[in-house]
Design a protein around this ligand. Structure first.
Ligand code: BDP
Length: 714
């Protein structure tokens, strides 16, 4: 008896703690739920399912349930063919019986929305579309993964945003711009013949969090992708992704008519050029009938665009929009522009260029705007375009890959950042005009809405480089579906789905995630500092760089330290970028006293001795922030160690090593930045700050010629 008990205990400990977690399964590993009330109730109420769905998605739902339920519940599950005898019933809304129609309200469902509802003893999942049934199934599985009650289920869920899309900055040679998880997962050379299981697993993971589109190629694009062989390769992926509700999109290089079309110009008002694009679109749609459309980076950082021909963004975008419109396609035209010779504050330029174009775009154009006015910095105030273009659907562009946020060495959970942006009030239509209402279309009644995330996915075994960076992919999807979710709830969902429901594991990892973004800001760019990263690769600090071909690529341009103080004056006495915000925000940010301190050096040049809210001088406050960032990483290390007996040993070791690197990097940021700023402030090293072990010269001399994520041209 003892022996049996011992074996049982030992094997269940093994099962719960020592099974290998490579990370490949993401949040869909479906480890057996801990014994407890939840599993007992699931076991008795979920033994069979019935599915009435005719599309290819049916097989996917079946496979997912057959995979998830036996593993999670540790019991068999049966697919039954008699609806009455099933515990779980999956039915298109059009096939609800009269009784179910009476019980379930489906009128408010969008195409992709779903209901999960307990009717009598059955759990019914229904939707007007097959992708909605898939989303409902994944949400149902997630309820089990997170040990949620299923007793009185009545969930109606609609996506807040129409186009929920990943942007892969992946090149045809499999390098990935700003990718830190290995090479691109798109093996263009072996497509279309070779379709590894990873493609399916990619689609499955995206469908599980509601992502319904993917741009396969880099915004710095290569016209070759629009040639016949590559369209055929793209088709293979489109066919595979279709039953998962995912459409494919490509980036369109504006000069493609010249490069692959043999024309002399790419002028959007030239008829031959227009015809070329119309024909190209027709060719693509003949091969991929549900092709999503094009994403375009034009006249930005050296990319060709309509301005090369004296034309506007409207001319360029509308030409492409007209080409894809007859086929149901869209154009996502990026507003990430800043001129090569314009001396104006870079933070102002996108607004200056795009605001006057409001209302002139074709109705199948979305203008894609980065969350902040500079470039995916650890923290930025919102982009002033949000709320400022009521007649043009603006879509959000977030970065999931951690270009400026610790790349693949640092644990930084980005949902709190996405939320800070989405929840910010633009005040453009009075109080309550939040960015999320702009993006979900409700503020200006946009006919079409979208949100994009620059993917952090590569061919590393765990997909995202840092194991915890999976949470950012997950969070992006969950927030795209419902921007009202809280970042903490999303973190808990992710931890439970990935690492199980043990209360200590859940609360500890959630705490680590929730503290990580603020920590990274504190040790990299506190108090509104920005763009101080090393040139080109953006790895580590280099605030001293002040001599590049363009001033606005140098860190110095952004912090402007001098004997008097530090920060970019964007008020009336400076660039007046604050004037691009609505009156309320303009007043708040433009006044040193009312400007939130988290943005203070973004908007103001502040004297070193300025008294901050804490009572400390600005100089000492900087020291305080850097040190608190470091302390937070130390706390994350402690927290992680407390989980040692509960986490798979390989995973434990990986994260432990990465946290050690993160601490070193946090200290490196503190040392390099504070030593450099000290050359201007001439102040004593702040008392609370750990001393710097090396002098400034040491940090200035560090080089990283092989830092990942850059192409040689950078
Ligand atoms: C910057 C990246 C660069 C991208 C650019 C963009 O450093 O690699 O091409 O954004 O968004 O953040 O176009």
């Amino acid at each position: 008896m003892m022996k049996v008990l011992y074996t049982f205990l030992f094997s269940s400990i093994l099962l719960n703690t020592l099974h290998s977690q490579t990370g490949y399964d993401l949040w869909l590993g479906y480890d057996q739920l801990e014994n407890g009330a939840a599993i007992t109730s699931y076991q008795s109420s979920i033994q069979s399912y019935f599915i009435a769905e005719a599309s290819d998605t049916r097989n996917i739902i079946t496979t997912e349930l057959d995979n998830a339920l036996p593993k999670l519940l540790n019991q068999d599950i049966q697919q039954v063919y008699d609806q009455k005898n099933a515990d779980v019933v999956i039915l298109p809304a059009s096939k609800l019986s009269p009784d179910l129609k009476k019980a379930i309200e489906t009128a408010s469902l969008k195409q992709e929305g779903f209901v999960i509802q307990k009717v009598n003893k059955q759990i019914v999942i229904t939707s007007p579309s097959s992708s909605g049934l898939l989303y409902g199934t994944f949400q149902f599985i997630r309820l089990l993964q997170t040990s949620s009650s299923i007793d009185d289920l009545k969930i109606t869920s609609n996506p807040a945003i129409d186009v929920r899309i990943l942007n892969h900055w992946d090149n045809l040679d499999r390098s990935s711009e700003r990718g830190y998880a290995g090479f691109s997962i798109w093996d263009w050379h072996r497509l279309p013949g070779y379709l590894p299981a990873r493609y399916r697993d990619y689609a499955r993971a995206n469908a599980s969090i509601g992502i319904n589109g993917t741009v396969l190629t880099n915004v710095n694009s290569n016209a070759l992708i629009l040639t016949k062989p590559y369209i055929e390769k793209t088709k293979a992926l489109a066919d595979l992704f279709r039953p998962y509700g995912i459409k494919v999109y490509l980036t369109a290089r504006f000069s493609a008519p010249i490069e692959i079309g043999g024309l002399k110009t790419a002028d959007p008002l030239n008829e031959e050029v227009q015809k070329w694009w119309n024909d190209k679109a027709a060719e693509v749609y003949k091969i991929i009938p549900d092709f999503g459309g094009f994403l375009v980076k034009a006249n930005s950082e050296g990319q060709p665009g309509p301005q090369n021909y004296g034309r506007s963004h409207v001319d360029g975008a509308n030409m492409l929009a007209k080409a894809v419109k007859p086929h149901g396609g869209i154009v996502m035209w990026r507003a990430f522009v800043y001129s090569e010779d314009e001396p104006d504050d870079r933070a102002k330029q996108a607004y200056t260029e795009f605001k006057p174009l409001d209302g002139q775009f074709e109705d199948n154009v979305l203008v894609q705007v980065k969350n902040g006015p500079i470039d995916f910095q650890p923290r930025e105030p919102i982009h002033p375009l949000f709320g400022a273009m009521p007649k043009t659907p603006l879509m959000m562009e977030f970065q999931i890959t951690q270009e400026y946020l610790g790349q693949a060495t640092q644990l930084v959970y980005l949902a709190p950042m996405y939320k800070e942006v989405l929840d910010t009030d633009t005040y453009t239509e009075g109080k309550g005009s939040t960015v999320s209402k702009v993006v979900d279309g409700s503020l200006h009644d946009y006919k079409m809405t979208g949100i994009a995330g620059v993917a952090n996915i590569g061919n590393d075994l765990n997909w995202t480089g840092h194991p915890m960076a999976q949470s950012n992919w997950f969070a992006f999807g969950r927030l795209s579906w419902d921007p009202q979710l809280s970042s903490e709830n999303i973190a808990q969902e992710w931890v439970k789905s990935s690492y199980g429901n043990d209360a200590q594991v859940v609360s500890t990892i959630t705490k680590m995630l929730m503290s990580s973004w603020e920590a990274s800001i504190n040790y990299m760019t506190p108090l509104g500092l920005h763009h101080l990263m090393g040139t080109g690769h953006h790895y580590g600090p280099a605030p001293w760089v002040d001599n590049l071909s363009r001033a606005d690529w140098t860190p110095y341009y952004y912090h402007k330290s001098d004997a008097n103080g530090i920060g970019f004056d964007r008020t009336k006495t400076g660039s007046n970028a604050v004037a691009q915000y609505s009156g309320e925000l303009n007043r708040k940010y433009g006044n040193l006293k009312s400007c939130p301190e988290k943005y203070i050096l973004w908007f103001h040049h502040v004297p070193w001795d300025y008294e901050m809210k804490s009572g400390r001088t600005l100089w000492n406050e900087l020291g305080f922030k850097y040190q608190s960032g470091i302390n937070s990483v130390k706390n994350m290390q402690k927290d992680w160690h407390s989980l040692k007996s509960k986490i798979d040993p390989d995973l434990f070791a990986e994260v432990e090593q990465l946290l050690n690197i993160q601490l070193d990097e946090a200290k490196w940021w503190k040392n390099a930045s504070m030593l450099y700023f000290q050359t201007y402030s001439k102040k004593d090293w702040p008392a609370m700050l750990e001393p710097a072990p090396k002098d400034l010269d040491h940090y200035k001399k560090l080089t990283f010629p092989y830092a990942p994520g850059i192409k040689p041209r950078w």
